[in-house]
Design a protein around this ligand. Sequence first.
Ligand code: NAG
Length: 265
Amino acid sequence: MRVVVFLVTWCFSFPSILTEINIYNTDLGDIHYTGEIGHEPLKYTPLSTQDQLASEKAADVMDFIQLIPKIDPLELAMLPPIGIDVPYLFLKGKVFLKNFVMSGVKQFELRKMELRMINLRSDVNINLPLISIAGDFYLQAYLTFVPLYLKCHISADLHNVNVVATTGGKKIRSPNTGEVVLQVNSIHVAVDIQNVKVNITDVETNAPEEETGPIVMQLFSNSRRNSESRTFDKILGIGLGIVNQELLNIPFEVFEQYLTTDTYK
Ligand SMILES: *[C@@H]1O[C@H](CO)[C@@H](O)[C@H](O)[C@H]1NC(C)=O
C-alpha cells in the first residue's frame, strides 16, 4: 500500500526530526489499485427478467445500508495485521491499525448494480465523495535483521473514492449447517481515489539514522508496484475470507427468495 510504503520511507528519511515535529501534512495525490482473486464469470447479455428484478432488489438493500447507524462512523478496536515482505530490501514484518475510525461510508452513490443469477456474477460501481479515516498505526519489522519499530497517529481524507467490483459465486453445502450456501470465489476490483491527504502526529520510532537514501530510492522504484498489488490482494483475501465465513451460515434459499420475489406487485 502506498501509505505504508510512504511511512516506511518517511521514517528512514527524517529519523532525527521525527520526534520533534508534532504534525506532518502530506498530499499523496491520486491513487489507483486493482486486485483480483479467481476467474471472472461470463458477463452474459441480455439480463433475464429474473436478473433485472434481483439487481433492483440488491440496489434497494444498498439504499437500506445507509440507514444503519453503526456503520458510519465505523469504529474498530483493531484491524487484522498485514504482513509485509520486501525481499530486495530485506524488510520483513507486519503493520496494523488500532482505534480505527472511518466515516463517510453512508454518503455513497450506487452507480451500477447488476446481478446475474445463472452464474452468480455481480457487478457493482460505487462512488464515495469523502471518506475520513483515523487510527494508530504500528509497524513492527526487521530491516536487514535490525528491528524497526514505528508508531504514529494517522488521519486521512480520501476524496472521490470510486470502487468498481465484479464478483463470482458458487453454491456449496455448508460444513456448519449442511445446507446449500453461497461462497464468493472470485473478485476483481479497481479502486480510484482522486486525492488523499494525510496528517501524521505522535510519532515514536527507533529508525536508525544511517539507513537513508538508497532504501528510499529503491522503495519508489518500479519493483515497488508488485509488492504493493500483492499487499492489496492479501487484504482482498482477508476480506473475502471473513465474508465467506459469514455466508456459511445463511442458506442460499434466503437470498434467492428475497432477490427473486417481486414484492412490489
Ligand atoms: C490536517 O491538519 C490540518 C491542521 O493542521 C487540518 O486543517 C486538516 O483538516 C487535517 N486533515 C486531516 C485529514 O486530518
